[in-house]
Design a protein around this ligand. Structure first.
Ligand code: DCM
Length: 156
């Protein structure tokens, strides 16, 4: 009986994964802490419904064949219409409940003026403004990054 229960569990978990994943590696999501003039750029998500209106570090999924830096540069070009230079990691990686792994990187603008092309809005936040931000208004996965973002801005 234990064998059948184990087999059933294996089939069920594989089917559940297969519904949104094609392999067993956790999929990486990269997000940019673009810092300029002592402020960091946050963007307000447009979707899905449960995250709509919440602030995040802009970014997205790493596609096959991309490095974190090339993926992040592409995502920021698509989402904000600006070119960035990606620097070092900031904060710890975050495991998303749906199995995604999120990584935040410092970045600075190379060219272009960011605009909310795919977000509801965007805003530059000073360290003080970040400290006053209600965490309920931040995408859950990004909340743990706020203290280190404040520290980076305090040093900037
Ligand atoms: N995501 C997140 N925080 C970010 C960027 C993305 O929690 N700063 C999550 C939201 C989605 C997934 O990663 O579940 C993919 O992001 P997107 O929909 O922007 O491609």
């Amino acid at each position: 009986i234990a064998t059948f229960v184990t087999m059933g569990w294996l089939i069920a978990t594989r089917a559940a994964r297969g519904a949104h994943r094609t392999d067993d590696r956790p999929q990486d999501v990269v997000a940019a802490a673009i810092v300029d003039d002592g402020r960091v750029l946050l963007a307000q998500r447009a979707h899905p419904a449960e995250l709509a209106g919440k602030w995040e570090l802009p970014g997205g999924r790493v596609e096959s064949g991309e490095t974190h830096a090339t993926a992040l540069t592409r995502e920021i070009r698509e989402e904000l219409g600006a070119e960035i230079e990606v620097a070092g990691r900031i904060g710890a990686e975050v495991t998303h409940p749906n199995g995604l792994m999120l990584y935040a990187y410092r970045a600075r603008l190379r060219s272009g003026t960011p605009a909310a092309l795919e977000h509801l809005d965007m805003q530059w936040f000073s360290a003080d403004e970040l400290r006053r931000l209600d965490l309920d208004d931040v995408v859950p996965a990004d909340r743990d990054w706020i203290p280190e973002l404040c520290a980076v801005l305090d040093d900037a």
